[in-house]
Each structure stands twice: as structure tokens, then as C-alpha cells.
Design a protein around this ligand. Structure first.
Ligand SMILES: [Zn+2]
Length: 313
């Protein structure tokens, strides 16, 4: 399977949207020959859903001036506009604005991708209202795809930022390395991850993060797939890596780590001793693909089969 196909399976990825690209400066939404659907958002990046269903709520016309045109698809122009309010400041009778982390799995893939894209753009606008060069105010340009410093003597242009992070499935022979941090939900384990630092290639970052967190030296690594991760501006870059030395020396970031072969992983999940990564994260895909490459079934099918076994104890 190609990296393109692997990435398209990751939640929030593969959004079939024409994003305007080069035409952003000249694009006139009033001359768009189609329907406008506008997400209603808050300044913390949350977007409103319908009262009686988990689906996104759409306005048919723009009502506020804080707006980003996201793109168009199948004759529909998508945008997000937002209030200068966060979810914390809303009275309880207000419409529902759920947290995307908790709500993403209830949305269909297209709506989840739009909500993720909108969240990243709104948070970027909220955090870049002032110029990082001279401190003057900035104003939104190109339908929300850049901000420009208003000072005549400066005029610096600011573009949406993305923070790249690697996430890596490290294996040693038939075993996979899984670890957990103390502040995660009980029994939740995942693969290792960390932010890319200036002056590093992605591969440098894989080697450094794995060594810093676990004491493991990886001998090689390969790209797997990527996933937009708008919490608040991440791009997760998935890798697989191998080591010949399974000796763990954990740093303070990790509470526990362990090596599991495919059967041990299935048993640990089925018996409730280990919770795999969230279903909408690339880490879950890395674990599932690691399993699928070693056994002739899927991880979820193997877990279901293990649970259905007669109790021989
Ligand atoms: Zn400036």
C-alpha cells in the first residue's frame, strides 16, 4: 500500500476539497455559482453541531466578519466563521459546541476533516492577532489564509503555522514497543511521539525522540503516513523503526513501557489489561498495521476472536 493510501485512511486526512490555492487573492465568494455552507465556531476552535444529531451545524450565509473560506467541493463553498467567545464563557443553554477530540468519531470522515481544518485555522487567527516582528495589530487577508501587519514600517505577512511531530512504531524482531504517560487514561498505551526541533530532519527526530524517551537506538526508520492534528496546529508524521537492542531506559515522560508480540498484544487488549490508542489517531493505525503485517487477520478481528474463546480456566 502506498503512503498516499495509508494517509487517506487516517482520520482528518484526504479531505476532497478544492482549497483555491493560487486564486485566494482574487476569489469573490459572491460570484461563486453554488451553495454557501458556513460553520459556526468559537474562538477556541470548537464548531457547533446540530441539537438533535452529532452532525455539523451549517449556516447558509455569513453573519460575522471573522471568517475563513475553507474551499469548495461538489458545488458547495465551505467556510468557518467564529464568535469572540470560548466554550467556557457560554451559558449552558447555548447550542452545543463539543470538543473535537471527544466528538470526532461521531462525525462522518468529510465533516471530521472540515471540523479539524476549521479548528486549526480559527486557533491560528486567534493566536496571531499581533505581529511577532513589531507588535502591531495584524489583519486577515486572502479570505483568512494569511495575516498582514498593519504597521506601514513593517507590513510583515504571517501564514498559518503547522507544528510537525513524529510518531513511530518501534519494533524489535516480532515485538512492538508500547508506552504510556502518567497523565493518560488508565491502561492507555501508544507508540512514541515527539515534536520535530529546528535543525533536525524527520529521521533525526525519530532517532532522538526514541532514544530520549526509551533509551532505544533505532537502526533504521521508514515513512508510514501522516495526519493533520489540529490540537492546536500539529501535523503527525508516522514512521516505523527497528532496533536490535530491547533494553529500555525510560525518561521521566514515560510512566511505563513494554514489548509485546502480536499474540500478547491481542490478549492484553481482549483481557482489558491494555487500551490501544484512540481510534481516530494515527497511532492506532500504526499499531493495527504493525499487527496486520505479521498476521493474516486484523487486530480487531483477533481481539474479537480472543474474547469469544471458551473459558478454559
Ligand atoms: Zn509588524
Amino acid at each position: 500500500m502506498s503512503a498516499l493510501k495509508r494517509s487517506n485512511r487516517n482520520p482528518f486526512s484526504g479531505l476532497p476539497l478544492e482549497r483555491f490555492g493560487e486564486q485566494r487573492e482574487q476569489f469573490d465568494p459572491n460570484r461563486f455559482d453554488g451553495e454557501l455552507r458556513c460553520l459556526h465556531g468559537l474562538s477556541d476552535g470548537r464548531v457547533r453541531i446540530q441539537h438533535d444529531s452529532p452532525k455539523l451545524y451549517w449556516r447558509s450565509r455569513a453573519e460575522t466578519s471573522q471568517r475563513v473560506l475553507l474551499g469548495h467541493h461538489a458545488g458547495i463553498l465551505y467556510a468557518v466563521e467564529w464568535e469572540s467567545l470560548s466554550a467556557d464563557s457560554l451559558p449552558p443553554t447555548q447550542p452545543p459546541f463539543p470538543d473535537l477530540r471527544a466528538h470526532a468519531q461521531m462525525l462522518d470522515p468529510f465533516e471530521a476533516g472540515l471540523a479539524a481544518y476549521a479548528r486549526a485555522m480559527v486557533i491560528w487567527h486567534q493566536r496571531h492577532r499581533y505581529c511577532g516582528v513589531c507588535g502591531s495589530a495584524t489583519e486577515s487577508k486572502a479570505h483568512g489564509h494569511r495575516r498582514r501587519c498593519v504597521a506601514d514600517t513593517c507590513g510583515t505577512e504571517h501564514f498559518p503555522r503547522i507544528d510537525p511531530a513524529i510518531i513511530v512504531a518501534v519494533s524489535c524482531g516480532e515485538r512492538l514497543l508500547l508506552a504510556r504517560q502518567a497523565n493518560w487514561p488508565e491502561k492507555r498505551y501508544s507508540v512514541l511521539a515527539g515534536f520535530v526541533e529546528p535543525g533536525e530532519s524527520l529521521e533525526d527526530c525519530v532517532r532522538r525522540e526514541v532514544f530520549e524517551e526509551s533509551g532505544i537506538n533505532v537502526r533504521d526508520c521508514d515513512y508510514h503516513s501522516s495526519q493533520p492534528w489540529p490540537f492546536p496546529s500539529g501535523l503527525m508524521l508516522g514512521f516505523t523503526a527497528h532496533t536490535d537492542d530491547e533494553t529500555l531506559r525510560l525518561d521521566e515522560e514515560l510512566e511505563h513501557a513494554l514489548w509485546l508480540n502480536p499474540e500478547q498484544l491481542v490478549a492484553a487488549i481482549a483481557d482489558g489489561e491494555l487500551r490501544p490508542p484512540s481510534g481516530f489517531s494515527i497511532s492506532r493505525r500504526l499499531v493495527e498495521d504493525w499487527y496486520g503485517e505479521r498476521r493474516a487477520t486484523t487486530l480487531s478481528a483477533a481481539v474479537a476472536a480472543h474474547k469469544a474463546r471458551p473459558n478454559t480456566a
